[in-house]
Design a protein around this ligand. Structure first.
Ligand SMILES: [Zn+2]
Length: 479
C-alpha cells in the first residue's frame, strides 16, 4: 500500500501522488505571534509534524513551509496595550513559539517565512489580480471580487448565494459586495505601513499565504494544511486569489485539516475561561506526555482536553515508556541461560516481525496514529509477557528478540514524534546508567577483579543506592 490521505477538497481518502516524484511540497498556516500558543495551535502543528515525519520515513523529501502572520490587527492592538513596538511583540512570541514546539518535539519546518518579509511578493500578487480584473482598489484598500471567481465555495462546500444572503453588511464598507475580502488595507493613522501602488498600507491576512506558498512552492504544490477553523473563509480565499492570479492553475492538490480541540467537551474560548496555553499544560505534565496526548488521537478526530484525558494519556505513555525501560534492563543484564530456548520468545519474535508492517499499514491509511501506536503497545505487551514470567532466564534468542523489539519500539515511536528516552527526565538516564554499572560489576567479578566489583558496590552505597544479587540477576534500589 502507498500513503493515502483524506483530501478536504474532494472529501475522500485518496492515494498521495506527488507533483514531483519523491518530493512533497507542503504549506501549513502558522500562528499570529501576539500571545502564547494555545493547545489548539499545538494540536494542528503536532498533526502536521506527524504527517511530515511519516512522509520522510516513507522516503519522501519534504519541503515544509510554515508562515508567521507577523503583522495583523491583533499584533497591533496587543502591542499598543502593552506599550511595546509591534515588532518586539511579534519577535517575543515567535521565540516562545519555537521554545514550546521544541519542547513538544516538533521538528522545525524547512522555512518560516513572515508576512512582513514578503511585502514585495504580496504587492505583486495583488497587482496581478487587479490587472486581471479580479481585484479593485477603493480608497486605499484593495478587495478581491468574489463573484468573479466561479469556483468560490468549492473547498468549504458553500453556495455563494447562501453566503451572500447571510453576510453582514457593514456600514462604511468600501466593498462592492459583502463577500469581497481585503487584499490590501489602507493604513490608519499611526499604524505600521508599507508603501504600495495604492498608498501606504499593509496586507490583508489571506493574501500572505498565497504569496508565500507560491513563492516557496510554486503553483499546484502538494499539501496545504491548517486548523479546521481555517477552511472558511481563509482557505477558500487562498484558493480564489491564487488560482485567479495563476490563470486557473490548481493552487494546492491536497487540502488537509486537523480536528477540533475541545476543553471539557466545549469549544475552547477565552471568554468562557475555557482556554489553555501550551505553557500552562507543560507546567502540569511532562512534554513527552503532552506530545503523546496530541499524537495518540487521529489527526482528524475531535480531541478533548480535560484532566481525565490528559491523565489517561499519561498512564498510556508511562506503559510504553516503562516497557522500553524493562527491555533495556534485561538487555543490560545480558545472557544468563546456558542454553537457547527460542520457543519461549517465539511470540515476541512474531510481534517484532509484524510490528513495522502493522504500523505502516495504519499510517498509510490517512495517518492513523491510534492504530499505529497499538502496534507499539503490542510489542511492549509481548516483551512484558516474556520477561515477566517467573521462570524467565534470558537466553540468546530472547535477548535478540528483546533487542530488536526495543530498537523497533524506539524507532517507530520516533516516526510519530513520541519520545521514549526523555532527555531531561532524571529517570531516563538513571536506568541505563545503573544497568551499565551492574553490568561492569558482573564483568569484574567474572574476571575475578573482586576489589573493583566491591568498589562499585561500595561507592554506589555511599550515594544511597543498594545493589541486591538475586537468582534473576542484580537489582538496585534507593535507600
Ligand atoms: Zn494561511
Amino acid at each position: 500500500m502507498s500513503v493515502h490521505l483524506y483530501n478536504s477538497l474532494t472529501q475522500q481518502v485518496e492515494p498521495l501522488i506527488p507533483r514531483d516524484d519523491k518530493r512533497i511540497a507542503m504549506y501549513v498556516c502558522g500562528v499570529t505571534p501576539y500571545d502564547f500558543p494555545h493547545m489548539g495551535n499545538a494540536r494542528t502543528i503536532v498533526a502536521f509534524d506527524i504527517i511530515r515525519r511519516y512522509l520522510e520515513y516513507r522516503g519522501f523529501q519534504v519541503m515544509y513551509v510554515q508562515n508567521f502572520t507577523d503583522i495583523d490587527d491583533k499584533i497591533i492592538n496587543r502591542a499598543n496595550e502593552q506599550g511595546v513596538p509591534w515588532q518586539a511583540l511579534a519577535e517575543r512570541f515567535i521565540a516562545i513559539y519555537f521554545e514550546e514546539m521544541d519542547a513538544l518535539n516538533v521538528q522545525r519546518a524547512s522555512v518560516y517565512p513572515r508576512a512582513t518579509e514578503n511585502i514585495d511578493e504580496i504587492i505583486s500578487l495583488v497587482q496581478a489580480l487587479e490587472e486581471q480584473g479580479y481585484a479593485y482598489a477603493a480608497d486605499g484598500d484593495v478587495y478581491f471580487e468574489v463573484r468573479k471567481f466561479a469556483r468560490y465555495g468549492e473547498l468549504s462546500n458553500r453556495d455563494i448565494n447562501d453566503l451572500r444572503s447571510g453576510a453582514r453588511v457593514e456600514v462604511s464598507e468600501r466593498k462592492r459586495d459583502p463577500l469581497d475580502f481585503a487584499l490590501w488595507k489602507r493604513a490608519k493613522p499611526g499604524e505600521p505601513s508599507w508603501e504600495s501602488p495604492w498608498g501606504p498600507g499593509r496586507p490583508g491576512w489571506h493574501i500572505e499565504c498565497s504569496a508565500m506558498s507560491l513563492k516557496f512552492l510554486g503553483p499546484s504544490f502538494d499539501i496545504h494544511g491548517g486548523g479546521p477553523d481555517l477552511i472558511f473563509p481563509h482557505h477558500e480565499n487562498e484558493i480564489a486569489q491564487s488560482e485567479a492570479a495563476t490563470d486557473g492553475k490548481m493552487f494546492a492538490r491536497y487540502w488537509m485539516h486537523s480536528g477540533f480541540l475541545t476543553i471539557n467537551k466545549e469549544k475552547m474560548s477565552k471568554s468562557l475561561g475555557n482556554f489553555f496555553t501550551v505553557r500552562e499544560v507543560l507546567q502540569r505534565y511532562a512534554p513527552e506526555v503532552v506530545r503523546y496526548f496530541l499524537t495518540a488521537v487521529h489527526y482528524r478526530s475531535p480531541l478533548d482536553y480535560s484532566d481525565q484525558t490528559l491523565d489517561q494519556a499519561k498512564s498510556a505513555y508511562e506503559r510504553l515508556h516503562q516497557g522500553a525501560l524493562n527491555m533495556q534492563r534485561v538487555l543490560m543484564a545480558g545472557v544468563q541461560a546456558p542454553e537457547a530456548a527460542p520457543e519461549r520468545s517465539a511470540a515476541l519474535r512474531t510481534a517484532v516481525d509484524g510490528a513495522e508492517v502493522e504500523f505502516q499499514q495504519a499510517m498509510d491509511d490517512d495517518f492513523n496514529t491510534p492504530r499505529a501506536i497499538a502496534a507499539l503497545f503490542n510489542l511492549v505487551s509481548e516483551a512484558n509477557k516474556l520477561t515477566g514470567d517467573a521462570d524467565f532466564v534470558p537466553d540468546a534468542a530472547a535477548l535478540t528478540a528483546l533487542s530488536d523489539a526495543h530498537a523497533l519500539l524506539l524507532r517507530l515511536a520516533g516516526v510519530v514524534g513520541i519520545v521514549l528516552n526523555p532527555r531531561q527526565e532524571e529517570g531516563g538516564l538513571t536506568e541505563p546508567l545503573m544497568s551499565l554499572l551492574i553490568d561492569l560489576r558482573a564483568q569484574a567479578r567474572a574476571d575475578k577483579h573482586f576489589a573493583l566489583a566491591d568498589a562499585i558496590r561500595n561507592r554506589l552505597s555511599e550515594i544511597g543506592v543498594q545493589l541486591e544479587d538475586t537468582p534473576q540477576g542484580t537489582t538496585w534500589r534507593r535507600v
